[in-house]
Structure formats: C-alpha cells, structure tokens
Design a protein around this ligand. Sequence first.
Ligand SMILES: *[C@@H]1O[C@H](CO)[C@@H](O)[C@H](O)[C@H]1NC(C)=O
Ligand SMILES: *[C@@H]1O[C@H](CO)[C@@H](O)[C@H](O)[C@H]1NC(C)=O
Ligand SMILES: *[C@@H]1O[C@H](CO)[C@@H](O)[C@H](O)[C@H]1NC(C)=O
Ligand SMILES: *[C@@H]1O[C@H](CO)[C@@H](O)[C@H](O)[C@H]1NC(C)=O
Ligand SMILES: [Cu+2]
Length: 189
Amino acid sequence: MMMMSKSSIVFAVGLVASAVSASSMKSRTDTEPRTAIVVLDHISPSSNVSGTVWFSQACADSPVQISGHIEGLAPNSPHGAHVHQLGNLTAGCASSGGHFNPFNQTHGAPSDEVRHVGDMGNLVADEGGVIEFELEDVWMSLYESDTSILGRTLVLHGGQDDLGKGGNQTSLENGNSGDRIACGIVGFA
Ligand SMILES: *[C@@H]1O[C@H](CO)[C@@H](O)[C@H](O)[C@H]1NC(C)=O
Ligand SMILES: *[C@@H]1O[C@H](CO)[C@@H](O)[C@H](O)[C@H]1NC(C)=O
Ligand SMILES: *[C@@H]1O[C@H](CO)[C@@H](O)[C@H](O)[C@H]1NC(C)=O
Ligand SMILES: *[C@@H]1O[C@H](CO)[C@@H](O)[C@H](O)[C@H]1NC(C)=O
Ligand SMILES: [Cu+2]
C-alpha cells in the first residue's frame, strides 16, 4: 500500500511538471536541437580576459558546433582550452577539477583517438589579443549522456597546450598549458 500511494504521488507530480514544461520551457528531448553558452569571466584581478563561447547540437547523434569570441589576451598567443570536470567555481577556475575525462584516457589533441572528452586543443589570439574561433567536436554532447558537458567548466589557460606530446607525465594529464586565466560554466541556452 505504501508503494502504491508513493508512486501515485510521483505520477501526479510528473503530470504537473510536464504541463509546466510544455507551456513555459524549451523542449529537452533527444531530437530537439540544443544550445549552450559559456560566459568567460575575469576570474582574477590580474586577468583582463573575457569572452563568450556558444555551443549547438542538432540532435543527440550529431557533432557539437562550437564558436567563440574571447579578448584581452597577449598578442599572437596560443592558449590551451578544455572542458574541466566540475562546475564548482568556489575557488575560481582552480576548483573546476581536471579535464573532463569520462573514459579515463590520457590527454590529447581534439583530433586524436585517445583524448579527454574535454580536450579542445589550442585557441590562438591574433595581434589584437582576440580569439575568434569555430570548431566541430564529435565527442562532447549537450544531451544527457556520459559525455555531456552541461554544468561543467570551460577553462582557458595562459599557455600553449602540448596536446599530450610533451614527453612527461603532466603532458599526458593536462598538456602543461599553464595557469587557468579564464573560465565559465557551460549553461543551457
Ligand atoms: C589589464 O588591463 C589593465 C588596464 O588596461 C592593464 O593595466 C593591465 O596591465 C592588464 N593586465 C594584464 C594581465 O594584461
Ligand atoms: C567546491 O570547491 C571547493 C574548493 O575546492 C571545495 O572546498 C568544496 O568542497 C567544493 N564543493 C563541493 C560541493 O564539492
Ligand atoms: C585510469 O587509468 C589509469 C592509468 O591507466 C589507472 O591507473 C587508473 O586506475 C584508472 N582509473 C579508473 C577509475 O579506472
Ligand atoms: C613536463 O614538462 C613541462 C614543460 O617543460 C613542465 O612545465 C612540467 O613541469 C613537466 N612535468 C613534470 C611532471 O616534470
Ligand atoms: Cu584545462
């Protein structure tokens, strides 16, 4: 009897929730396109980096399209970029954990077979210190799955990512790309 009444309550709550979502929220099914956004912030007083990164995915089986505008960087400088595991910015970018790596692989280039799901390679600033980029990624997802990046943190580093080819242990973990100079949580858009 307990079980029966508990599940009826859950069922009733479910009905209310789906009525609300149909009338006032975007659909979140596997076949509807999804978008997400990251606002990259001046995370420390000594950094002037800011920007916005947009993600979109047509359906759960299609690649993620990523584009962005980031400014305030040193002229002509390369910067490692990764989705890190956690969306916890309590201690700034430092508390976002390591690279998002659901398959426990070593670090690599985005085009490598062996890589972290969060690996985005290097983004290169122009002579004005601006990064404008467009990427496509077949590993990350905006849908509920092992590879979902939603709620995690996009981190931009101060230095160049060696893409796992640096020849030491930290290269295989994080690409030796230096300080975390800007970051932001990947949010539904
Ligand atoms: C940030 O901008 C201020 C004002 O333009 C400048 O003085 C400072 O050197 C910049 N900091 C960095 C790390 O580029
Ligand atoms: C968030 O990060 C801070 C700083 O690293 C840590 O102390 C805290 O336990 C984390 N919070 C959770 C809920 O994991
Ligand atoms: C991840 O891989 C490393 C290196 O191969 C291994 O030592 C570790 O036990 C693995 N961790 C998990 C959770 O499987
Ligand atoms: C690996 O090499 C990089 C670049 O020289 C260096 O910054 C890093 O500290 C090294 N890591 C280890 C574990 O020696
Ligand atoms: Cu990183």
